[in-house]
Each structure stands twice: as C-alpha cells, then as structure tokens.
Design a protein around this ligand. Structure first.
Ligand SMILES: C[S@@+](CC[C@H](N)C(=O)[O-])C[C@H]1O[C@@H](n2cnc3c(N)ncnc32)[C@H](O)[C@@H]1O
Length: 596
C-alpha cells in the first residue's frame, strides 16, 4: 500500500501569464457523451489510475463497426470496451529539445502512473528530421502540411493520390526549380511509407513505449474553441482544428500529475510556474504552452487482477496465480470460480499473450497410475503438447498423457547439485526425463525407467533433443521389476545414486532392494548407492511418519536417513525427500524367511 503526500504552499505568489497559458472559459466539449463511472468504496489507496476512476465513454459515441465488434465480444463473454477509461489531464507542450531537461526538472509534478510515459506524443507534433534542413527555419505549419501532402502522394488542391511516378516527378521538378536538387534526399523522402512495425519501434525508442492507438493508451489534446471558430469549423470540417496552430518545430507533451487536471496556470505549483515564467522571460515568443488533454486507457492497459476484480462478483477471491508449462497456463480454480471459468481464462490469456497460448483448468485430483492430470481447455488453442525449458534443457511434454510439474524445478536442481561426474544414476520413475536428462549432463551414465509407454516415448525423444541419448539407457517397466532387474545385472556395480520420485507410493517400492545382492558371490565388489525417495505426509510429524514408512518397507529396525521437507503441496500435506545409503543388511537380506 502506498500513500501519496502532497506538499501544498500556503500562499501562491501572484504571477501574470500571457493569455495562452490560461484556459479559456469555454473549452470545446469532448465529442463523446460521458457519464461518470460509479465509484465503489475503496479501502486501499491505489497507486496510479483505477477502473473505479476516470470516465467511461458511452457506447453512443461508437461507430457501427465498433458497436458490432462490441456485440461480438459481449456474445463471447464480456465487452473489452467497458474497460476504457478517459482521464482529463493538463500537459505542458514543449519543444522536443527541451523535453528531457524539463522532465527531470519537473519530476514529482509529472504524471506518475505505471506503464504510462509522462512524455507523450500526439499526431502532427513532429517532422521528419531529414526534411528539416530542406525547410529552413521559417516554416509555418500550413507549409508543413502542404509538403507532407505532396510527399505522401496527394495532389495539391483536390487531395487525389498521385501515382508514385508522377509524385516523384513532381517532387523532382519542384526541387529543381528551387535549386535544391539533391537526389539522395529526394530518394529518401519519396520512398513509400515505412511499415507500421518500424514506426512503432521508432515511437518506442523515443520513449513513448506502449502508447498509441489500439495499444494500452492514447493521448489527445483537447483543442480549445476560440470565438468564431465554430463557424469556420462548420465550413472547413474537423481537419481544420489541427492546422490552426502555428507550427513552431517538433513538440512533445509533458503530462502533469493528475491532481493538476483542470487547474489554471496560476493554480499550478511553483516549479511549473517558474518554468513558464522563464520561458516568457527569455523571449517575447514563448515556446511552452499549457494544454488540456485526454488520456484514454484501454482494456490492454489494465492488469489481470484489475480486470478480474471488476468482472467477478464481490467477495470472490480473485485468482492471481497459475502454473506455466511451456505455452500452457494451468489454473487450479476453486468451486466458487467455476461459473466464471471461461471469463477468467480469457483474461488470463489476453493478459499473458503471446507467451501463453492455452489456458487449462485441472478438473480432478490425480488418481491414475501415470500421474497424468484431467485437464479442461478453457481458452486458446487446444494443443496440450508443449516444450518446457528447465535447467537449460528442453523437454517436450503432452500434458494430456504424461506427468509434468514445473514447481519441482528447484527441487530437481537441488538434487542435481549433489551429483558429480563419477556418479551413475538410476531414475526409477523418470517420466519424460527432467531429472534423468539433466543428470546425464553431469554424471557418467543414467538408467531411466517409467511405466507409462507414452512418457517413455517422450523421454527417448527428449534424450535425442538434448543430444544426450548416448549417456542414457531407457526402460519401460514397473519400478519394482526395474530395480530387481538392474541390480541383478552387471550394471549394479556402477550405480551410485537412485532416484525414486513417485511421492504417493515410492516408499512402498523400497522392499525391492531387500536381498538384491544376496545371490551374488560374496567376493564381488559391491556398491551401496545413495537412495533418494520422495513421499507425501499429512501426519502431525511428517518427518517421523515418512521415516516410519521407509523403515517398514525396508524391514529395518533403524535406517539412517537425511530428511528434507520439499514443499507444502496442500494445507497440512508435505512432500518430503529422504536420502540414505542402502545398507548391507538390506542388500544381503535373506528374503526366503518371513520378515517382521
Ligand atoms: C511423479 S511422476 C515423476 C516423473 C519425473 N521424475 C518428474 O519429476 O517429472 C511419477 C512417474 O512415475 C511413473 N510411474 C507410476 N507408476 C509407476 C510404476 N509402477 N513403475 C514405474 N513408473 C511408474 C509415472 O508414469 C510418472 O511418470
């Protein structure tokens, strides 16, 4: 929570300004009809704008195309345009060359809203720098428009587009006549307009990031109507308003803090008044100008939680987090969210594009052997095949048919940190290979196994994909059979680490280690690997509980384990990892007699 402190001077020294700094009494009303958005009682002090503030433009001002678009959207679920808010602001119009110096000088008095630059651009505030040397210093705005019309292919007078050849020819003749012929410049200015993308990039590099039509926000100057202008406008049309101002070089708008909206120049803080005064003092022709403007924030401006808060009924917790698996956002919606699941998914998708392309919800707890999730696609494309990057490795997964949990990435990394190049790893429940394949980069060799044939297919593909297929041998069998098979083979001698990540029941597979070396000649060399077994516990003492399960599975009175709590997977339910060295008594146990 942030609180803004305003320091207000007790008395404002009287300064007189030229009339252009004072707003006229009859500013031209906005062309759209407005109504105030009803504000809810806010308990939090908000930083920046909020959907409870500003003015919501009415649908009457929309053109038929917009209305149809809105209709289509509301058929889908909700109307994005209902999130448009217009804010009245005051801005200082300054020459480009001064704007950065003034920005740092007036810091604290400028608009300080997230994702909105306080230096704004509006149409016709600039001229192509390549043209400037050709234009000289005496250019008027009308000249500029006339020139731009010619450059962009319009004929003088009738507004018809000239063919590119004629247009070029015309330019050549005119420039020739004036003795300015410079073919290089001519080529530049008669070149077709650059693609939209390039223009946008340029705008961004000029510090106008994200501001532009159909993006997050739009700044427009509210032109003030002067006496007699109404009649002229009727004659000349709306375009007239843009040409009235005498063009005095490229300008930018410095958006002033929202609290100065609609204030007159003499009501502004001292710092701004001093800037204006200095400007008028320097020459009779002042270059700074106070203007009123509208800042329109669109649906794309607002954050996911702001949109959801406005859409969901009061009292419902706004879902704010989701798990990401490649291009898929994986929600875990509560019962109360289900009536709004499609709406929530659309917002998640809209606010996280392009990284997120699909939004799914888990519809049931994991019950099956392969630990796959029952997922419902709520928004976006329906493909659940994706690529995940973890620990610098890339894994293909199909969430519909194999297990994947990105939340275990840190744990997997911790486990890998304990491996060295001397190790040989045996991954009993490997899935598509996040541990096995990452380990293969570090260790000598990996034996990876999974019961799910589709997971094994992906595992093999991922080995190749990460160019580690030569270091990994893949098996597709039940975990218990796999342990028995591999430890009865010659490979047993080399295995130093065993990973058992099937938290629901891996501990119950530990009995497979009993007597694994019993039938071997006693004079052989034996390796006693370190076993890392994962498990869940809901007990009051989860460490003790899990330890007991391990001890019982191994039929041992005492097992020396190093216990770690990995994470809380649900309230009161821990995921644990127990690491211990396989003991001689277990490996050489006599499995023919009845144990405990
Ligand atoms: C919790 S996942 C862990 C996968 C992988 N280690 C990871 O971190 O993503 C457990 C894996 O064990 C496999 N599995 C389940 N029962 C099995 C069994 N009896 N034998 C071998 N693998 C089994 C499942 O198919 C699943 O891929």
């Amino acid at each position: 929570m942030a609180t803004k402190l305003f320091l207000r001077p007790h008395s404002i020294p009287l300064i007189t300004f030229p009339p252009k700094f004072l707003f006229p009494k009859n500013p031209k009303p906005l062309t759209i009809s407005l109504f105030c958005f009803t504000t809810q009682t806010q308990t939090q002090i908000h930083y920046g704008p909020s959907l409870h503030q500003g003015i919501k433009p009415s649908s009457q001002s929309q053109n038929p195309q917009q209305q149809q678009q809105q209709q289509e959207q509301s058929d889908l679920m909700f109307d994005e345009q209902s999130f448009t808010r217009v804010f009245d602001l005051t801005a200082l119009r300054v020459p480009v060359k001064d704007c950065f110096a003034l920005e740092s000088r007036l810091r604290g008095h400028l608009l300080n809203w997230p994702r909105i630059r306080n230096i704004a651009r509006v149409p016709n505030d600039d001229v192509d720098p390549n043209l400037l040397p050709l234009l000289g210093s005496t250019i008027q705005q009308e000249d500029l428009f006339s020139l731009e019309r010619r450059i962009h292919g319009k004929a003088e007078g009738d507004g018809d587009v000239l063919s590119p050849v004629l247009h070029r020819d015309k330019l050549a003749r005119e420039f020739n006549a004036r003795g300015f012929i410079k073919f290089r410049n001519l080529a530049k200015i008669s070149r077709p307009k650059r693609k939209k993308k390039d223009v946008k990039e340029e705008e961004r590099s000029e510090g106008n990031k994200g501001i532009g039509k159909n993006e997050i926000a739009l700044v427009e100057v509210v032109e003030e109507e002067e006496e007699g202008e109404g009649d002229l406008k009727g004659l000349l049309g709306d375009e007239f308003k843009g040409t009235r101002r005498k063009w005095s070089g490229p300008t930018r708008l410095l958006l002033l803090d929202e609290r100065y909206a609609a204030r007159k120049a003499e009501e502004l803080p001292e710092a701004i008044k001093v800037v204006l005064k200095e400007d008028t003092g320097q020459s009779t022709k002042s270059t700074f100008e106070l203007v009123r403007c509208k800042l329109t924030l669109f649906y794309d401006y607002w954050q996911m939680d702001e949109i959801l808060e406005a859409l969901l009924p009061k009292g419902i917790i706004v879902p704010s987090a989701f798990e990401t698996v490649g291009h898929i956002a994986h929600l875990n919606l509560r019962e109360e969210h289900l009536p709004y699941k499609n709406l929530i998914a659309k917002v998640v998708l809209d606010k996280n594009k392009p990284k997120i392309q699909t939004v799914v919800n888990k519809i049931d707890a994991i019950h099956n052997d392969y630990r796959t999730m029952q997922l419902e696609v709520l928004a976006g494309n329906h493909s659940l095949v994706t690529t995940v990057v973890e620990n610098g490795m890339r894994f293909h997964v199909d969430l519909a048919t194999v297990y994947w949990n990105s939340r275990l990435a840190t744990e997997r990394q911790r486990l890998l940190n304990g491996f060295t190049y001397r190790d040989v790893v045996c991954d009993v429940f490997s899935g598509v290979g996040p541990i096995a394949i990452s380990a293969a980069r570090i260790v000598k060799r990996v034996y990876a196994n999974d019961l799910n044939p589709i997971a094994v297919e992906y595992l093999e593909r991922n080995c190749v994909f990460n160019k580690l297929e030569k270091k990994i041998k893949v098996f597709n069998m039940d975990g218990r059979r796999f342990i028995q098979a591999i430890f009865s083979s010659d490979k047993a001698k080399s295995i130093t680490q065993v990973v058992m990540n099937l938290p629901n029941d891996a501990a119950e597979y530990l009995d497979a280690f009993r007597g694994i070396y019993t039938d071997r000649p006693k004079n052989e060399d034996f390796t006693f690997p370190m076993i890392h077994v994962y498990g869940f516990s809901k007990a009051r003492d989860p460490d003790f509980d899990f330890h007991e399960r391990i001890r019982i599975a191994l039929s041992e009175v005492e097992v020396n384990v190093e216990m770690r709590r990995v994470r809380l997977v649900a309230p009161g339910k821990w995921m644990l990892c127990a690491s211990f060295v396989l003991s001689e008594s277990v490996a050489f146990a006599d499995t023919t007699r009845l144990d405990m």
